[in-house]
Ligand binder design. Sequence first.
Ligand code: AMP
Length: 379
Amino acid sequence: MSRPIRPGSALGLLGGGQLGRMFTLAARNLGYRVHALDPGHDCPAGQVAALEIRAAYNDVYAAQALARGVDAVTVEFENIPAETLEAVAQVCPMHPGALVLHTVQHRLREKRFLASRGFPVTPFREINTQADLSDATEALGLPAALKTASFGYDGKGQQKLASPGQVPEAFAALGGQQGVLEAWVPFELECSVVCARSSAGETAVWDVAENAHRHHILDTTVFPARIPAAVAAQAQAMAIAIAEALGVVGMLTVEFFLKAGGELLVNELAPRPHNSGHATIDACITSQFEQQVRAVCGLPLGDTALLRPAAMANLLGDLWPEGGDPAWERLLDHRDVKLHLYGKTEARPGRKMGHLTALGASPEEALAKVLAAREALKG
Ligand code: AMP
């Protein structure tokens, strides 16, 4: 095992969105400096980083320049081009590694990896032609979810197919990209597990998060999930087993569908902190972002214990009145609700601008607090 990267060192970050911002804030608390690379100007992570490098993700030279100035590099999102990742890895340690990112950048590769290791996934078919799609709808039944194999998140590149008549239009909407057809899962709830794995092979896992989506975007998380303890333990064990099978160093989030009867299916992997883990900042001894710093730097992993039940509500751009700000003073009147804003100046519908967290005696109480505070924001 290589020597730990000590506080005072510099860390590189590919991607400067809100996950990168919260990573950077955690790194700063531990005494590290962060150099962030992002194509945008004044990005959320850049605002709090020691150095902001504005460059496209396929700018291999800029990424190598970033890597030369730091002791290790991490990512805040998985869709960084392979050439960039390889170039960075030539210069300094990068966590997660290029092979992990390669696997999870592509839904088919990810699902095949999971299935080959015996992890339960939604039945799926590879789609290259319209005939593939017709055959797959017959094999898997309808409704079904058609997704692009690459670059999908928050429901982007996704469509629900309800009848065979929709096949030509749905195939055309793939726009020439490879697709994946998934059987529709009649889930009881969606949940996720965030875990960490260090270069020494040490692992740490948080409680299971219970997630509610609106229009495919995470809306609220209740922490811990209101599911039987045995199911929660199974989800946590599966997340760690997947991290070990992938050989992740850093963070891994596993999203699950939970079916009636307690059956878990893996929906998606993300080799990084996750929106559903934001409550760990206020509700746990160690946040998912501090853990990312610890894992990337080869430090001992922090205690993931939950202090009190918690809930998180996302603040999307839809809450911003045209040309103005939400009613912050009304929100801040909810004195036991924590506001996290990401420093984004332009609010757009569906854009994640910030989130709220509250703790409570029960998950229900915490959820009621964040929902009331978010409602107050509307003025
Ligand atoms: P994804 O980007 O694949 O995580 O999908 C976003 C959301 O769409 C999920 O969190 C689910 O709420 C829904 N969804 C995606 N795939 C399926 C499926 N096969 N069956 C039912 N719901 C799905």
